[in-house]
Design a binder for this molecule. Structure first.
Ligand code: AMP
Length: 322
């Protein structure tokens, strides 16, 4: 296997030790309070639609940040990004039952609404949209958005129906909130591509903004599901970002073969006894189809179980920018 140069190894260590800060960490950013009205919490679809209708009529540019709550700095970074992009900011908190398969963590998914509410109040959010599952899916609900090939690969293999649930709820949220812009995280890269496709295919007319992945100091991508990790698993989970960085270093050293890069990533993760790999793949970032070699910008995506937490992470490998 191609070896990594020592400067790259040092860079890898710095990154995993948190010396090199990932972009968009704003935990120390002062909060700017303005003279806007206090945040409204809306639970009813009709009320949310009325609010948006009025805001549009008044000439506002509405930004939506959809979330499942249990907010962390990653979410808040999206919210701050959204704040800058429009004149009205809506954040939704909805743990969408339709994107969980039977046996997945829908009921145990972490929730803390009052903490989320106060965090969002401090970010100058105009509306927190927080519908119930019954409000979003009344008993007679029967229409879903089918996602094609994009939703069948990567996470779609072990989570069949997941992206159908995601596309359905995002289409509903777009019709309810009627945003001009919606912000999504690159941490869920496949979700981002599915939503971009959804907007194009169904002519939804919403501008989709991709926000870079926000990481803990040691490189672990922030996620609500990190709350499931015990101390040993938390330590081991750093292997995900470390392995992505290792692959980037190998590409920089000239390695192009997918087989070699995937083997290196797998063996880095396999060093952790409690890690169980779901998938590690190199694919075209648009089509998500697997590639045999890294010739241009290529998505390296992975999903790994640590105890009951299934964590995902990804990076774009770009030989031209190395
Ligand atoms: P979730 O609540 O997990 O459904 O995430 C809501 C939004 O936040 C999605 O667009 C995610 O991609 C995004 N997000 C979650 N974690 C991160 C992170 N660590 N960095 C950037 N975006 C994130």
């Amino acid at each position: 296997m191609t070896s990594i140069r020592s400067t790259e190894m040092a860079e890898l260590e710095n990154w995993s030790n948190g010396i090199m800060e990932p972009p968009f960490r704003h935990s120390n950013t002062p909060i700017l309070h303005d003279s806007r009205s206090p945040m409204q919490v809306i639970e009813r679809i009709a009320e949310m639609q009325d609010w948006s209708e009025r805001a549009r009529r008044e000439g506002n540019r509405i930004v939506l940040v959809p979330t499942m709550g249990f907010l962390h700095e990653g979410h808040l970074s999206l919210v701050r990004d959204g704040r800058r992009r429009g004149s009205r900011l809506v954040v939704s908190i909805f743990v969408n039952p339709r994107q969980f398969s039977p046996g997945e963590d829908y009921t145990s998914y972490p929730r803390d609404f009052s903490r989320d509410q106060s965090l969002l109040e401090r970010e100058g959010v105009d509306v927190l949209f927080h519908p119930s599952a019954a409000e979003m899916y009344p008993d007679d609900h029967q229409t879903h958005v089918e996602v094609g090939e994009l939703g069948a690969r990567l996470c779609g293999v072990s989570r069949p129906g997941h992206f159908r649930g995601v596309a359905t709820v995002v289409a509903k949220l777009f019709n309810i909130v009627r945003p001009h812009i919606a912000v999504f995280g690159q941490k869920d890269f496949q979700q981002l591509q599915v939503i971009r496709r959804l907007v194009l295919d169904l002519n939804l007319g919403v501008e989709i903004v991709a926000h870079p992945t926000v990481r803990e100091k040691d490189g672990l991508a922030m996620s609500s599901r990190n709350a499931y990790l015990n101390a040993k698993e938390r330590q081991a989970a750093v292997s995900l970002s470390r392995s992505l960085k290792l692959a980037a270093c190998l590409v920089r050293s000239g390695e192009r073969r997918a087989e070699r890069l995937l083997a290196a990533v797998r063996s880095e993760i396999d060093k952790e006894a409690c890690a169980r790999i779901d998938y590690v793949e190199l694919c075209d970032p648009q089509s998500l189809q697997p590639v045999a070699a890294v010739e241009g910008p290529t998505l390296l995506a992975l999903a790994v179980w640590f105890g009951r937490a299934r964590l995902i992470d990804n990076t774009i490998l770009d030989p031209q920018r190395s």
